[in-house]
Ligand binder design. Structure first.
Ligand code: PMP
Length: 406
C-alpha cells in the first residue's frame, strides 16, 4: 500500500543532481500529498474569506472549513473537545505560549524539569521563563541512549512545577513514556507539557490517555503546510490562562478602557488566523487517517529496522541513541569517522539523497554527546526500502571517496 502512495507526492518525482530524489529529511519537514495541496487550492479558488466575521456565504464556508479542521485535530489526538485545540504557527509558538502561562505560575526557587535531548523550542523559552521568574531549569540526562528514568525519579520533587519533555526526540528518536512520566509529575502537583513535534507525525496520539496538560505539534511535519500548528491544553487549564495576544477575533466586547474575551478556543486566536493552513492540516489528518496511523508507524519502523543494522555495519559509522530500533522513531542520527557531517550531506546530495546535517536545534544534546554536529536520516510513509538502500550505497560511496579509494 505504501509503495503506491508515492504518486500522491508530486515533489518526490524529480531528479536532484541527475539522480532520482530520495527524501530523507522528514523530521525537518515532510512532503505534502496532492489531496492536501488540492484542499488549500480549493479553499483559495472557492471559499477564501475571513472567518468568524462575515455572514455572507463565502465567510460562512471559510469558517465552517476552519472549524471542521479544528474538530479533525481534536479527534486525531483524542482531545475531549475542539475547545481544547488552539491553532498556532507551530510547535515553537505553542511552547512559547505555554511558557508565558508558566511565568504567571512560577515563583523563585520553583523548578522546571526538561531533558538534555530537548529541541531548542522546548528549552530556550524555559530559560527565558526562569530568567523572568527566578525559577530553576533542571535537566534530566540519558542512560543507554534514552531518558534516564531514575534521574527523573530523583529530581522530581515538590519544587517541580512544570515537566516539559519531547514525546519523541528529534535527534535520538527515542520514545519517552509520557503516560508514566505524567502520572509521576501529577503526583508532585506539576504540570506536564509534551513537545509532540516528532511524535504526532508517526504515532497514534491519545492526549486523554497520556493525561498530559499540554501537547504541542506542527502541521508541516505531518504532511500539512508550514505556518500552522497546534497547542492542545486541558480545558480547565486553558480557562485559567489569560490570552497571550490581543486584538480582533479574540474579543467579545470592547469598551473604551477594557474588554472581555471570547470563550475557548477563540480567546487565544487574535487576528486573522492561518485559515488555509488549518484547512490544509485538516486534509493532512484525513490523509493520515486513511493510511491509518498504526500502519504509518509500522511501515516507518520497518524501514528504520531495515536501515539501522546496515548503517551500523559500515566501518567508522557511529549511531547515536539506543541500539533498539523501537527507540528510533522515524529517524537515525549518525556520524562517519573522519568526515565532517556537512561534507557527508553534500556528498549524499550529489547522489540525490537528502539528509540533514548540523546540531538539529539541540545544541545541549550535541554537546552532551561530545560532538559538534551529526547527520540525520528521517523516514516517512512514502519512503521505500529502495530509498534505504540508496542511502546506504551513497554513504559507502562517500566513504570511499573521502578515503581516496574511489
Ligand atoms: N520540537 C521538536 C522535537 C522538533 O523536532 C521541532 C522541529 N524541528 C520543533 C520542536 C519545532 O517545530 P517548529 O519549527 O515547527 O515550530
Amino acid at each position: 500500500m505504501f509503495e503506491s502512495i508515492r504518486s500522491d507526492f508530486p515533489i518526490l518525482n524529480q531528479q536532484v543532481n541527475d539522480e532520482a530524489l530520495v527524501y530523507l529529511d522528514n523530521a525537518a519537514t515532510s512532503q505534502t500529498p496532492q489531496p492536501v495541496l488540492d484542499a488549500i487550492m480549493d479553499y483559495y479558488h472557492e471559499d477564501n474569506a475571513n472567518v468568524h466575521r462575515g455572514v455572507h456565504t463565502l465567510a460562512e464556508r471559510a469558517t465552517y472549513k476552519y472549524e471542521v479542521s479544528r474538530q479533525k485535530v481534536a479527534d486525531f489526538i483524542h482531545a475531549s473537545s475542539s475547545r481544547e485545540i488552539i491553532f498556532t504557527r507551530g510547535t515553537t509558538t505553542s511552547l512559547n505560549w505555554i511558557t508565558r502561562f508558566a511565568r504567571t505560575v512560577l515563583q523563585p526557587g520553583d523548578q522546571i524539569l526538561i531533558s538534555i535531548m530537548e529541541h531548542h523550542a522546548n528549552l530556550v523559552p524555559w530559560q527565558e521563563a526562569c530568567r523572568a521568574t527566578g525559577a530553576e531549569l533542571v535537566y534530566l540526562y540519558l542512560k543507554d541512549g534514552i531518558l534516564d528514568l531514575d534521574d527523573y525519579q530523583n529530581k522530581l520533587s515538590s519544587k517541580t512545577k512544570f515537566v516539559s519533555l519531547a514525546h519523541v526526540s528529534n535527534v535520538l528518536g527515542c520514545l519517552n513514556p509520557i503516560k508514566e512520566l505524567t502520572e509521576m509529575a501529577h503526583q508532585v502537583g506539576a504540570y506536564m507539557v509534551v513537545d509532540g513535534a516528532q511524535a504526532a507525525p508517526h504515532l497514534p496520539i491519545d492526549v486523554h490517555e497520556l493525561d498530559c496538560d499540554f501537547y504541542a505539534f506542527s502541521g508541516h511535519k505531518m504532511m500539512g503546510p508550514t505556518g500552522i500548528g497546534v497547542l492542545y491544553g486541558k480545558e480547565d487549564i486553558l480557562n485559567l490562562m489569560d490570552p497571550l495576544e490581543f486584538g480582533g477575533e479574540m474579543i467579545e466586547f470592547v469598551h473604551e478602557q477594557e474588554s472581555t474575551w471570547k470563550e475557548l478556543p477563540w480567546k487565544f486566536e487574535a487576528g486573522t488566523p492561518n485559515i488555509a493552513g488549518a484547512i490544509g492540516l485538516g486534509a493532512a489528518i484525513d490523509y493520515l487517517n486513511d493510511l491509518g496511523m498504526a500502519s504509518v508507524h509500522s511501515h516507518v519502523q520497518a524501514l528504520v529496522t531495515y536501515t539501522l543494522p546496515k548503517l551500523q555495519a559500515i566501518e567508522g559509522v557511529t549511531v547515536y541513541g539506543s541500539k533498539d530500533p523501537s527507540n528510533h522513531i522515524g529517524l537515525i542520527s549518525f556520524n562517519i569517522e573522519g568526515i565532517h557531517p556537512h561534507d557527508v550531506a553534500t556528498a549524499l546530495d550529489y547522489e540525490g539523497v537528502a539528509v540533514r546535517a548540523g546540531h538539529h536545534c539541540a545544541q545541549p544534546l550535541i554537546h552532551y554527546l561530545g560532538i559538534s554536529s551529526a547527520l540525520r536520516a528521517s523516514f516517512y510513509a512514502y519512503n521505500t526500502y529502495e530509498d534505504c538502500d540508496r542511502l546506504i550505497d551513497a554513504i559507502i560511496k562517500t566513504k570511499e571517496f573521502f578515503n581516496g579509494t574511489l
